[in-house]
Design a protein around this ligand. Structure first.
Ligand code: NAD
Length: 451
């Protein structure tokens, strides 16, 4: 299975590039200077951290190769009837990085800049994330190149259903279980579940997570990633002897992860002084009322125009002074271009891949305490795991039960990573990778290589 590439027929597709495979003799960590383009390539960013962690673990060269590359990569071209009667073709991906520890698990994102390298990186991060929190899933991710801002609900539904149909033999409760990510939501998951169920001839809710609660969704899933972010932020404060009441927070991205992280921290007494979006930012040194801001965004569709804060330069937000910085929007926002100017004490990565590897080195020199993405935002997949379990049992937990189970896993995982970092004298990110790689490698060795 390792290295299998499923590419649909068509000469244009056959020519698509694959990630260059390293020879055994090349299994070393690259230290040469790199361009900004390389620095911000998500696949390179993931692979560089993987290589460093694998080297520090003294990982067996064969297992290193198995885990470095995705198990399967699927590219689909989806014909869709548009509202004006024309036909448009969209490109979609699903990458299954590993199913060693259980079914593939990972979201689907809709965005114009989706690329195969991005989806590969995100799929690998899902493998490590599920292993960090020790839940029985592998890692996968999907994406469709499209701009949802310019698509009607009907067009989005037809894209989603055709994308699902194209992947029908590769997804399933025991194979690969998608979830929401950027620009996809509960409605998208309901369409995927329905399309899959129509093909199978029966309702199968556990094929996706992040569904509406009335059709097999879990209570608490909507806020779960933000809740996990808030729990690990509490733990980081405890670790550094700080208290919420005297802690200022800046959040970039006010979508699912950012808004719920900000809201839960605000409810705990943290002062949220800055919130940024792609089209502007807000600042209030006395703290922003996050529940009012959530209402404002729900009503107007944007954060600007909110009366409870001043407009702020969105490009200066990440480098403004605060105690806790939470990037919760997208990749590569902390790079060699701005890392030196960061003024936070703690960085909690709500987004996937917000920090480049070059920036990691700068943050370490500045003694910024980093809660890495594969730990910080694992609350979403953990509650997705609870949803999958509940769907398969046909028995649903209360929100309190879900949140308590989530909190226990996030606290334990935070402590595991921080302890691992101390024991092995590495930073928190490499500790999280090492812990995860060790768990996946152990299972991979135990299962053996089928030939
Ligand atoms: P979302 O689409 O709900 O929200 C993202 C928000 O960020 C949007 O409001 C968008 O306008 C804003 N944004 C986009 N680019 C920006 C930029 N350059 N600067 C400032 N704001 C920007 O998506 P989400 O589900 O909240 O995901 C956000 C991040 O968290 C992604 O990296 C995603 O992979 C990661 N993540 C999400 C979950 C989850 O459960 N939703 C779980 C783990 C990780």
């Amino acid at each position: 299975m390792a290295g299998e590439h499923l590419v649909p027929h068509g000469p244009a597709l056959a020519a698509r590039p694959e990630p260059a495979k390293k020879k055994e003799s090349d299994m070393a960590v690259t230290t040469a200077p790199i361009s900004l383009e390389q620095e911000t390539n998500p696949w390179e960013a993931q692979a560089a951290r993987f290589d460093l962690a694998a080297k520090t673990l003294n990982l067996d060269a064969g297992i290193w190769k198995v885990l470095r590359y995705p198990q399967r990569e699927i590219i689909v071209h989806i014909p869709v009837s548009m509202d004006d009667g024309s036909i448009e073709v969209f490109t979609g991906y699903r990458v299954q990085h590993s199913t060693a520890r259980g079914p593939g698990k990972g979201g689907i994102r809709y965005a114009p800049e989706v690329s195969l390298d991005e989806v590969r990186a995100l799929a690998s991060w899902m493998t490590w994330k599920c292993a960090v929190v020790n839940i029985p899933f592998g890692g996968a991710k999907g994406g469709v190149i499209c701009d949802p801002r310019h698509l009607s609900q009907g067009e989005l539904e037809r894209i989603t259903r055709r994308y699902t149909a194209s992947l029908i033999e590769f997804i399933g409760p025991e194979k690969d279980v998608p979830a929401p990510d950027m620009n996809t939501n509960e409605q998208t998951m309901a369409w995927i579940m329905d399309t899959y169920s129509m093909h199978m001839g029966q309702t199968i809710t556990s094929v996706v997570t992040g569904k509406p609660v009335n059709i097999g969704g879990s209570r608490g899933r909507r806020e779960a990633t933000g809740r996990g972010v808030s729990v690990v932020t509490d733990q980081a404060l405890k670790h550094l002897n700080m208290s919420p009441e005297s802690t200022t927070v800046i959040v970039q991205g006010f979508g699912n992860v950012g808004s719920h992280s900000a809201n839960l921290l605000w409810e705990k007494g943290y002062k949220i002084i800055g919130v940024g979006e792609y089209d502007g930012a807000l600042y209030n040194a006395n703290g922003i009322d996050i529940s009012e801001l959530m209402e404002h965004k729900a009503r107007t569709g944007a954060i600007h125009g909110f009366a409870g804060a001043d407009a702020f330069d969105k490009d200066e937000l990440l480098t403004a002074k605060c105690d806790v910085l939470i990037p919760a929007a997208t990749e590569n926002v902390i790079t060699s271009l701005n890392a030196e100017r960061l003024q936070c004490r703690i960085l909690v990565e709500g987004a996937n891949g917000p920090t480049t590897m070059v920036a990691d080195g700068i943050l370490a020199e500045k003694n910024i305490f980093v809660v890495p993405d594969i730990l910080a935002n694992a609350g979403g997949v953990t509650t997705s795991y609870f949803e999958w379990v509940q769907d398969r049992m046909g028995y649903f937990w209360t929100e309190t039960e879900v949140n308590q189970r989530l909190e226990r896993i996030m606290v334990d995982s935070f402590n595991d990573v921080v302890q691992y970092a101390v024991n092995h004298n590495v930073d928190n990110r490499i500790a999280a990778y090492m812990l995860a790689i060790d768990r996946v490698a152990y299972t991979t060795k135990q299962r053996g290589i089928y030939a």
